[in-house]
Design a protein around this ligand. Structure first.
Ligand SMILES: [Fe+2]
Length: 424
């Protein structure tokens, strides 16, 4: 009996003794004590390749790994024994076809007449770099090429000194198999992760492309809408100007009144730094604020003498008439309400509703001041111009009484400080 066999027999006896001892306990306790066996090893045997020209040693491998793979904490092994290195290389090739790769290969160093263990290790490494090869040698080599080879294989080529202890084989087989499985799982996870990243990247690229197309479409739609809006606005301006001129054609003595009021109201609104849209609204409403006069008899409009009370009442009805004309038209602003209220006064003394203060829409309060200033500063059929000074004195005197103080201040500022002049 060789030294190796003696040592193995002792270990086997111990193992069997341990097995006997453990068999007294329930199986579940044993499994719970070693959950690693269930989790890490996945109940699948690790394939081990043992290569040695000595059949006694091959039997030894078989005895060690088969006997101990039933022990707790030690995985199941499926052992393949070969007598020569080239047989081992063929076994590794077959394992690819069988889709059942080896985890560890124990290789004898000298296996005459075939190639040695280091040659076999290199061939196996070239076929499957994941297999860890353990060269089992009976002597310590001083050959420098061994060092180079070890460096090239890194942690995939290990050396074990003969005579080995069976426990060393079990420890190597167990640790290297678990490491092999962990590396395999790591590679699988890495591949999964790479696939996921690739998939997500493709999705992102696709989404990005769709987003770019969407942005281009939206920009084009926005441009088309803007163009459409601009042409609608132009059409609306032209219509308002046409209405304004129609009204004034019947009242040649006040020709240009609405346009001048519109210019002044716009200047006041700009002085008040109102939003652009609101300024546009004020300008539009002012340009047709007297549209209701179209319902009045032309004789009243051109009468060169002061009007009677009845005629004044008729004239005052133009605010409501203007509202009635405009209320059905869908402007983007409350033009009809502004026209209705342009003769209201802050103290409630105006018409047609006698509204006061904040109840009068702000745009109407601006047009009101512009209307008063323009009217007083212009000639009328029944009187000559009262002059701009008189007009400004009127709004200053009734600031906060008849007229909105903010509007009055803005109006006075543009005339007195900014040199604004009403167009002739
Ligand atoms: Fe008016």
């Amino acid at each position: 009996m060789s030294k190796i066999q003696v040592t193995y027999s002792a270990i086997k006896a111990n193992s069997q003794g341990s097995e006997k001892h453990r068999s007294k306990g329930p199986m579940t306790r044993r499994l719970n004590k070693h959950p690693q066996k269930m989790e890490d090893l996945d109940n699948k045997a690790y394939r081990i390749l043992a290569v040695d020209d000595d059949s006694t040693v091959r039997d030894l491998y078989e005895g060690i790994l088969k006997a101990n793979s039933v022990l707790p904490g030690i995985p199941n092994f499926e052992l393949t024994c070969c007598a020569q290195g080239d047989e081992a290389v063929e076994a590794v090739k077959r394992s690819f076809k069988e889709k059942s790769p080896y985890a560890v290969a124990f290789l004898d160093l000298n296996m005459p007449p075939g190639p040695d263990g280091e040659w076999t290790a290199e061939e196996i490494h070239n076929l499957d770099p994941r297999i860890t090869t353990v060269v089992v040698t009976g002597y310590r080599s001083t050959n420098a090429s061994n060092v180079e080879q070890a460096a090239r294989f890194s942690d995939k080529l290990l050396y074990l000194q003969k005579p080995f202890h069976p426990r060393e084989i079990i420890q190597f087989a167990t640790a290297l198999s678990i490491k092999w499985r962990a590396q395999k799982q790591l590679l699988t996870m890495q591949a999964d992760l790479e696939n996921l990243v690739e998939k997500r990247t493709a999705e992102l690229v696709r989404s990005n492309r769709m987003l770019k197309i969407e942005i281009v479409n939206r920009k084009r739609m926005q441009q088309e809408l803007q163009q459409s809006f601009e042409s609608l606005k132009k059409a609306m301006h032209s219509t308002i100007q046409a209405i304004s001129r129609t009204v004034e054609m019947r009242d040649p003595y006040t020709s240009g009144h609405q346009q001048r009021v519109a210019d002044l109201a716009k200047a006041i609104a700009e002085q008040l730094k109102l939003p652009e849209s609101q300024i546009e609204c004020i300008y539009m409403a002012a340009a047709i604020h007297d549209i209701g006069k179209i319902s009045l008899p032309a004789e009243i409009l051109v009468k060169p003498i002061p009007l009677s009370n009845i005629e004044i009442s008729l004239i005052q009805a133009h605010a409501q008439a203007g509202y009635d004309i405009l209320k059905g038209i869908e402007f983007p602003w409350p033009i009809a309400d502004i026209v209705l209220q342009h003769h209201e006064r802050m103290d409630g003394s105006g018409y047609p509703q006698g509204l006061a203060g904040e109840n009068i829409v702000f745009e109407a309060r601006i047009i009101c001041v512009a209307d008063v200033v323009e009217t007083m500063a212009s000639h009328r059929p029944y009187r000559p111009s009262m002059g701009m000074d008189k007009a400004l004195e009127e709004i200053g005197k009734n600031r906060g009484v008849l007229y909105d103080p903010r509007v009055v201040d803005a109006c006075l500022k543009i005339f007195q400080e900014k040199g604004f002049e009403l167009p002739s």
